[in-house]
Design a binder for this molecule. Structure first.
Ligand SMILES: N[C@@H](CC(=O)c1ccccc1NC=O)C(=O)O
Length: 307
């Protein structure tokens, strides 16, 4: 699908959709080309569980490290074999529409990244209905501050999220770090198949657990807010990436977020944004394939870190 099929800038195609069509657009498992919905979800879960089992069995790790006082405020750190103080840190925020998934089944990229000398951190946050979106954003902010404080000589902090997790990672572009007493050494963002404007989500079944009001949705929409913030580091890269077989609404979300980021780059010479549509992958394969060292996105991530 070409970007031109997603609609003209300024148009809001989802507002013209029936409730059923909107639901379908925001149900990623309906859009795969290789597997039916339940099978796609099962495969995603199995690959995540197996990658996590393998990471814990083969890598030096610190598991269930608290980054706050809350029960759910834990993260897992996986280290490369060679001991070093100054490492790049890659933080991953899992997807699942802010209401499913966990760090214990999300260590997809640990093997190929730790093999190349990157420490990988898989972050847990309180999914709905226990956590609200504001709480999740606050937790993710504190997890990033925690990693910076614990590893002050890191060689860069890279944030990566998938789907709802890409939203949480993108919210870090807006974070007020002074409130947390630390400026993380942010060098890159990898935003995979994300949702950056939350308003349409309010009109889908996802909002039963989330209970977003329009104010909540707008306050937590990086699409609406990112143009107002001053980038912290002019060398920080932001890669917005979507799967070829993601739905048109997911394509629109990624493309429009990239557009707003790159408009800012032109005005202020700051965020170094880029956009990729990944060939031949759906919403789940985009992250599943990060278990593979030869995968294009794994290679893009490694090149960005070690450029
Ligand atoms: N109920 C959704 C599941 C889903 O969207 C999802 C599942 C795992 C990881 C990411 C997901 N999407 C966004 O966060 C579906 O059937 O596609």
């Amino acid at each position: 699908m070409a970007i031109s099929d997603v609609g003209l800038p300024g148009e809001v195609p989802w507002k013209k959709m029936s409730a059923e069509e909107l639901e379908n657009q925001y149900c990623p498992s309906q859009w795969g080309v290789r597997l039916r919905a339940e099978e796609a979800l099962r495969t995603y879960s199995q690959i995540g569980i197996e990658a996590t089992r393998r990471a814990r069995a083969t890598r030096k790790s610190l598991l269930h490290v608290p980054y706050g006082d809350g029960e759910g405020e834990k993260l897992d750190i996986y280290f490369p074999d060679e001991a070093a103080e100054a490492l790049p840190f890659f933080l991953f925020f899992h997807g699942g529409y802010w209401q499913s998934g966990s760090k214990d089944e999300s260590a997809f990229m640990v093997d190929p990244l730790t093999a190349q000398g990157v420490a990988v951190v898989i972050v847990a946050y309180d999914i709905a209905p226990k956590g609200t979106l504001d709480q999740m954003v606050d937790q993710v902010t504190r997890s990033v501050a925690f990693v910076q404080k614990r590893y002050p000589s890191n060689e860069g902090i890279y944030l990566c999220g998938h789907s709802a997790g890409a939203h949480l990672a993108a919210m870090m572009l807006l974070a007020n770090w002074t409130k947390h007493g630390v400026t993380p050494n942010l060098k890159g963002f990898f935003l995979m198949s994300g949702v950056f404007d939350l308003e349409p989500i309010m009109y889908t079944s996802q909002n039963v657990a989330l209970q977003l009001t329009l104010e909540d949705a707008q306050r937590n929409s990086p699409q609406l807010k990112v143009a107002q913030v001053q980038p912290v580091d002019s060398t920080c890269r932001v890669l917005v990436v979507v799967g070829q077989f993601d739905s048109p609404e997911f394509h629109r979300q990624s493309w429009e977020f990239y557009q707003v980021l790159s408009a800012q780059t032109l005005c202020q010479g700051e965020w170094k944004a880029s956009f990729e549509q990944l060939h031949d992958v759906d919403h789940f394969e985009i992250v599943e394939n990060l278990t593979q060292k030869d995968n294009v996105l794994t290679q893009i991530i490694l090149k960005t870190i070690f450029q």
